[in-house]
Design a protein around this ligand. Structure first.
Ligand code: PLP
Length: 368
């Protein structure tokens, strides 16, 4: 990937919007990258809009739809969306929109009957993530897209966690708008995509120049686009491996941790999940403390909870699933990829029980 990007920094640094040949030749490279992205998603290259990141794609999809259908004043989403969706939707409440946030059950799954009961003529947009970034739980996106299509409601899905991990065929789907982010499939940070189904009404979020056929103004991140094209090509070749090798590694890690660490539990539906994600709660201890200790051993994971304004807030996703306070605070998310090895999994299984034990001795929730 780096080899493909290098010339764009050193020799081919022209601006693709320029009239001269030096800049113009870059347009061909962007076109090729767009074709590779479209091939991974089974859609038309003209339906791909390059953006700066997943957050921008989500903002563009939500705000662009609301601006395009101003007479409809209701948005339907879920309580477990990434802040890139949830914050934008909640902001719209201040502008007079009704925002329905659907809940999930203990396994993190949605109730489609409840969703359907909210769809009406006033609904401007349904925005529901393809798979959850904390638990990996997959939502029935194709069924939701069918329901919204029947009612003529625009459907957006945040697929940031999904692209490159699950096959997607947009030609056979009713999804109108789909966001994803390059760095989740090994492209560099700073490049994202918004898929816009041909015919979908969408006002541009970024206005200015005529780039991206007027759908996203601003000079393109050319090296990022070229790298994303390559990343999509590689992802298509590796989808099978992602599903087999990565899933096996994840199962080994999960079983090893749950067997060797007392009072540990898996968060999210065990089956209906992305192959690479594992969210485990280690009761009575702090996720952040576990992360710091893992980090000392060179193991990188992330916590389900975020430290907000000095107080430790447990994850909104785990809270929505009804995970008890003491378990939600001690949750850790492991995200694997095809670049992980079995040795790394064994090493993590070996280190974790000691860390948990050490922290439990300091825990105010553990007595005796
Ligand atoms: N949506 C989901 C589900 C994510 O997991 C992320 C990032 O992790 C984002 C949106 C935001 O993407 P970006 O960091 O590219 O803005």
């Amino acid at each position: 990937m780096l080899e493909e990007m290098k010339p764009l920094f050193c020799e081919l640094y022209g601006n693709p919007s320029s009239m001269h040949t030096f800049g113009g030749q870059i347009g061909i490279k962007i076109r090729q990258a767009r074709e590779k992205v479209a091939a991974l998603l089974s859609c038309e290259p003209s339906e791909i809009v390059f953006t700066g990141c997943g957050t921008e794609s989500d903002n563009a999809a939500i705000k662009g739809t609301l601006a395009a259908v101003p007479n409809r004043r209701k948005i339907i989403t879920t309580r477990v969306e990434h802040p890139a969706v949830l914050t934008v939707c909640r902001e719209q409440e201040n502008l007079g929109y009704t925002v329905i946030e659907l809940g999930v059950d203990k396994q993190g799954n949605l109730d489609l009957v409840e969703l359907e009961s909210h769809l009406d003529d006033n609904t401007a947009l349904v925005t529901i993530m393809y798979a959850n970034n904390e638990t990996g739980v997959i939502f029935p996106i194709e069924k939701i897209a069918e329901l919204t299509a029947q009612k003529g409601i625009v459907f957006h899905t945040d697929a940031v966690q999904v692209i490159g991990k699950m096959p997607i065929n947009l030609a056979k789907s009713n999804i109108d708008l789909l966001s994803f982010s390059g760095h989740k499939l090994h492209a560099p940070k700073g490049i994202g995509v918004l898929y816009v189904r041909k015919g979908t009404r969408l006002s541009p979020f970024m206005v200015g120049g005529h780039q991206e056929a007027g759908r996203r103004a601003g000079t393109e991140n050319v090296p990022g686009i070229i790298a994303l094209g390559k990343a999509c090509e590689l992802a298509a070749q590796n989808l099978e491996e992602e599903n087999n090798k990565v899933r096996k590694l994840r199962e080994k890690l999960e079983n090893g941790l749950l067997e060797n660490c007392p009072d540990a539990q898996l968060n999210g539906d065990k089956e209906n999940r992305l192959p690479n994600t594992s969210n485990i709660s280690f009761e009575y201890i702090e996720g952040e403390a576990i992360l710091l200790m893992l980090d000392k051993f060179g193991i990188c994971a992330s916590s389900g909870s975020a430290c907000t304004s000095g107080s430790l807030e447990p994850s909104h996703v785990l809270r929505a699933m009804g995970v008890p306070f003491t378990a939600a605070h001690g949750s850790i998310r492991f995200s694997l990829s095809r670049y992980n090895t079995e040795q790394e999994i064994d090493y993590t299984i070996q280190k974790m029980p000691g860390i948990v034990n050490q922290l439990r001795q300091l825990s105010p929730f553990v007595t005796g």
